[in-house]
Design a protein around this ligand. Sequence first.
Ligand code: ATP
Length: 466
Amino acid sequence: MTHPQTTDPGPAVAELDTIVSLAKRRGFVYPSSEIYGGINAVWDYGPLGVELKNNVKRAWWRAMVQERDDIVGLDAGILMHPQVWVTSGHVGSFSDPLVECQTDHRRFRLDELPGGENLSATDLRDPGIVERLGLKCPVDGGPLSAPRQFNLMFKTHMGPIEEDSNAVYLRPETAQGSYVNFKNVQQSSRKKLPFGIAQIGKSFRNEISPGNFVFRMREFEQMEMQYFVRPDEAARIFEEWLPRRLDWYTRYGVNPERLRFREHAPDELAHYAKKAIDVEYRFPFGWKELEGIHNRGDFDLSRHQAESGENLEYFDPATEEHFVPFIVETAGGPDRSAFTFLIDSYREEEVRGEKRVVLGLNADLAPYKVAVLPLLKKRPEIVEIAHRLRDDIARDTMAVYDDTAAIGKLYRRQDEIGTPWCVCIDVESLEDGAATIRDRDSMTQERLPIEGIKRAILDKLSAARG
Ligand code: ATP
């Protein structure tokens, strides 16, 4: 198992702004509703961002569903029976400690205030904490209120009448959809314990202090997997998921020095958790959760069984026992993961006296796998070969054609968005039917017959998946 980092390796990129401006300029991420001044904590994925995020989701699905015969997928609704959120404890306690400045009425999450970052969970619930520590508004220095618990769920109404009896919530996590479908999935897929249910989908949280770009949004996506196990195996299986989940990030190129595990202190554990360990990444704004791995015990299924009246026990044919399974959960998200892959792959180099910006993304994650570039856009024969090659490759994977600048500049543009290979069609191609493939990282070039280029690219791509 990879050991937790004890020293600080520093972030891959010193300034978050470097990534934010690259993301906007090149079409990865834009502020939502920007022409109206934006809306706080919602971001839109542009042409390259949607490719990157889809690739992240596919890579997760491959590792968690496709490559395993003990995990199946599910896509549950965002809206659920409101009782689900009462039973799960979200209506009662899915909240963060909120403090308000008495003079400018700005609101802050207590554990994100300067001076509040290292408070224990017990301190965060202490009504006298603001006074005791002398905390002040970080904007105007005004006095702050005592903390109160602010529920993070978005509420809306189902049907044409807006009254409390038809209030529903936008789900704040995908996990509950897997719990309430436990019986359906187990019986229809005939899975025996241990087995898992994986989901990717939107979740919503009315975060008090969102920020740090797509790290903390109010509308985001999650990639969560619920693994149902025998109670006596939960502790061991929990430990097994730790290296597996950390290794998924390194398999896709994250530097292991910027990853670590952090165990939740007993007073920090969520109401459902027996044990929780986060995979943390060294973001430019500090070590933060990338994914949480939780041993949830039998809390979820026992509660849903008690409140719904449905029997959610499992019958183990091997031991002839009936019991409520324990759940080991891995809870991450494609937004935070894509953000991490962007940051960690960013590098600036000097090449022949010029700055070269490279996104060294794993080829499987890169938005475009290949760019096909004509050396001379005024030669129709060259342009035609380039288009034909792009169209052929595009049947199997993402490929782009570009002729809007000189070749050197075209290469740099592709480097900056992480395209692993560029194919240049030149004058010689007309004679020898061959073209050059340039590698993003080594910048070396190799000449291959045009008819073999697609196969070569697809082989490189499958090698990159590992
Ligand atoms: P935090 O402590 O950062 O608020 P959390 O412990 O509440 O996070 P979980 O409930 O464990 O987070 O959520 C699982 C995963 O969902 C997170 O690891 C993250 O990848 C993603 N996620 C949660 N909240 C957000 C958000 N507001 N914006 C983007 N991704 C999120």
